[in-house]
Design a protein around this ligand. Structure first.
Ligand code: AMP
Ligand code: MG
Length: 341
């Protein structure tokens, strides 16, 4: 299959072409403000099955359903919890996925047998246009091959998906860079399952008590039953193994300097670029610029693959604010091989 890139800025029919493919039961690469998604009609089980095939995604890892207007949630969820409205008012459109009870319109291929579904209203205008023109909600996981870093440009989607999907809608680079925050409203109190663009602190300001799932901080066994099944798989991994060094940035730079080998890679804050001569250095933002780090982290991890490094050493922000999401992605890329200094 040939994979066409559709350019909405030059081709006014780009969104329509993508929507037609969706309605024919095909899978299309879609920009969102977080990362690129692989989108299919969420109400069509056999279309959704093609997403799993293209990604090589484990069959028990459910997909997020994207809607374009809040009221679409009533078509998918039999009892919308009051907290859903509060969260939507505060954070939608935006990088927040809520897990709510699902009705029978959501096929098993989307929810992987769970009685809940994750719903998100994305902020990217092209994503919302595509949902509206197709006239159906879109199931979409991140548009990377399963286990690899997420994709934040159409070119990266093409690298992973060439020949596997018919089209990618090019919306330029993603603004947020890490995937949406996932919070479940099916538990009381609500629980954070994945940190993302909306921070834990922001969620607590709206919901009061919010618990944090242990899978954010430790490796979960392949056979474990977890609240968000996606959390147990190795994720975001470049080809070389990664060791994360956490703590005061000056000390972590010192530790990496002492342990790094010649052909190794270093993922570091901009301030430490010059500290690792002879290494392949990728900087992902200034140490206080969490927004830049979130935008850059996946691209920089992917860049090590082109350099063929033997090992990757990574600095990592602390868990406050957006730092929780960035640190979680880096630790998962490392399979939770973390050194505290
Ligand atoms: P991705 O689309 O690749 O960014 O992954 C979606 C994330 O949301 C995964 O971690 C899923 O396990 C999680 N997720 C999606 N639907 C549900 C659900 N119904 N219950 C719990 N977690 C979910
Ligand atoms: Mg993903």
């Amino acid at each position: 299959m040939k994979t066409n890139i559709l350019y909405p800025q030059q081709d006014k029919n780009a969104v329509k072409t993508a929507a037609e493919l969706i309605l024919q039961g095909e899978v299309v690469g879609m920009p969102t403000e977080t990362v690129y998604g692989l989108a299919a009609n969420a109400l069509d089980g056999s279309a959704v099955a093609k997403i799993f095939h293209a990604k090589g995604r484990p069959q028990d890892n459910p997909l997020i359903v994207h809607i374009a207007d809040f009221d679409q949630i009533y078509e998918l969820c039999p009892a919308v919890p009051p907290q859903a409205k509060m969260l939507a008012e505060a954070f939608w459109p935006g990088p927040l996925t809520m897990i709510v009870p699902k009705n029978s319109r959501i096929p098993d291929e989307v929810s992987c047998g769970l009685d809940t579904v994750g719903i998100r209203l994305p902020a990217h205008p092209l994503a919302r246009d595509l949902i509206r023109v197709a006239g159906v909600p879109l199931a979409a996981p991140s548009a990377n091959t399963s286990g690899r870093p997420s994709t934040t440009t159409a070119e990266h989607v093409l690298r992973d998906m060439e020949g596997k999907i018919p089209a990618i809608l090019d919306g330029g680079p993603c603004g947020v860079g890490v995937e949406s925050t996932v919070v479940t409203l099916a538990l009381d109190p609500p629980r954070l399952l994945r940190p993302g663009g909306v921070t834990l602190e922001q969620l607590r300001r709206v919901l009061g008590k919010v618990e944090v799932d242990r899978a954010l901080f430790e490796a979960i066994g392949e056979d474990a039953r977890v609240s968000a099944p996606g959390m147990k798989y190795r994720h975001y991994a470049p080809k070389a193994p990664v060791t994360v060094v956490c703590g005061n940035p000056q000390k972590t730079a010192e530790y990496i300097k002492q342990h790094v080998g010649n052909a190794d890679g270093v993922l570091c804050f901009d301030e430490y670029r010059a500290c690792f001569p002879g290494c392949v250095v990728e900087c992902f933002g200034a140490q206080t610029d969490l927004a830049a780090q979130a935008r850059e982290v996946f691209d920089r991890l992917r860049a090590f693959d082109d350099a063929d490094v033997r090992w990757i050493w990574a600095q990592c922000p602390s868990d406050e604010g957006l730092g929780l999401a960035i640190a979680n992605r880096i630790k998962k890329a490392a399979g939770f091989a973390v050194v505290e200094v």
